[in-house]
Design a binder for this molecule. Structure first.
Ligand SMILES: [Zn+2]
Length: 92
């Protein structure tokens, strides 16, 4: 995707040429090209909205992983007999 575009012509049929003084112009209408922004405001808004919907899932997964790690560490410090006793009480 090119960094320059003509705001007046259809983007599918645009071709860019260079004037004698070096400025980029549209090949169809002859107007000078405009430099496009890297991230448009609508794209920025879409990124923020998508992050707002996805962030609870990310937090839930991180909490689950952290909880599993804490449970694993707690069980590894206990003697083996206490681990078996706790599993009997939990129904496993
Ligand atoms: Zn044009």
């Amino acid at each position: 995707m090119s960094k320059y575009y003509c705001p007046y012509c259809n983007p599918h049929y645009q071709f860019h040429t260079r004037r004698k003084d070096g400025a980029l112009i549209c090949g169809l209408c002859g107007d000078p090209l405009i430099k496009s922004k890297l991230i448009k405001s609508t794209q920025l808004f879409a990124l923020i909205a998508a992050f707002a919907f996805v962030s609870p899932l990310i937090i839930m997964v991180l909490t689950f992983i952290n909880d599993q790690r804490n449970n694993h560490q707690n069980n590894s410090n206990l003697p083996l007999a206490m681990i078996f006793n706790s599993k009997k009480h939990n129904g496993f």
